[in-house]
Design a binder for this molecule. Sequence first.
Ligand code: PHE
Length: 341
Amino acid sequence: MSSNLLEALGRIEHEGKDAIERASAAEELEKARVEWVGRKGRLTTILRELGGLSPEDRRLVGAEANRVKEVLNAILEGREAALLGNQGGGEQIDLTLPGRARWRGVVHPVTRVVDEICEIFQGLGFARVAGPEVETVEYNFTRLNTPLDHPAADMHDTFYLADGVVLRTHTSPVQARVMEQFKPPVRVIVPGTVYRRDPFDASHAPAFEQLEGLAVDEGITFVDLKATIAEFARRFFGPETRTRFRPSFFPFTEPSAEVDVSCQICNGAGCGACKRTGWMEIMGAGMVDPAVFEAAGYDPERYTGFAFGMGPARIAMQRYRIRDIRMLYENDVRFLEQFEP
Ligand code: PHE
């Protein structure tokens, strides 16, 4: 007797579940509720028969009937919520809410400056090339006429990875690599990261970008260097920009110069940004030292050339009025997203 009833309960659980889940409208769901768990429903019929059972069977079947009732009621509730939702009751989707804007990346200000400068030099006939960041002492120093015991090597004498292998301290070794591979005339512009024994403070970083330029041909003079740099400065900073060369020293150029442009903020009048000088330093430059040509296998009697090296991070700082170079390396989205895509 009890086993029949238990079997019947099993069927009610199965078929009732099916019927409830199939209901695709509120009326259908109500019909299922009445049929399976209603007061005159299928489950109630079973409960009516409990009276004729032994106390033991009654407990058994009664407990199972309650369990099935709870299961079916739970499914009913879930189905009800789902159907109401579809009809616009309960949880709703507000189609008039504005959408979430897609997050859009921007080009890093230093990358942007690097690209713009390269484009200008490409327009002047220079090819954009790259070289290795892990360099040998040979290319980083020796080929550039810089013996390691020369005082000029001191501030570059820095991150060694192995004997004779160093993280390059400037992009100048690419000059030697290019000359080794190509015969003159050569004109290259070389962006890249360099590494130095520098502190990480408002105006220094131990790893930063450089842009190297090199032009070699017959008959190149200091006038070509000056004219090229002045033209670059006018195209990059603006047509009114003036350029000034100050004597300097680099082991791989002779003569050498530091190049300044008229301060972009005060237009040369003198302000806080240019320390009242009216000028801002943008690069080191000079005529390629004959010793560098010799090391590269170029005939120094036949060829002359100029080279320059600038720091795009410093240039980006001037252009965008960034006070602390560290902001360029922190990857803080609140800072970076201020730049135009
Ligand atoms: N390599 C030099 C530096 O890192 C810059 C430079 C490049 C100077 C080319 C002259 C010519 O300071």
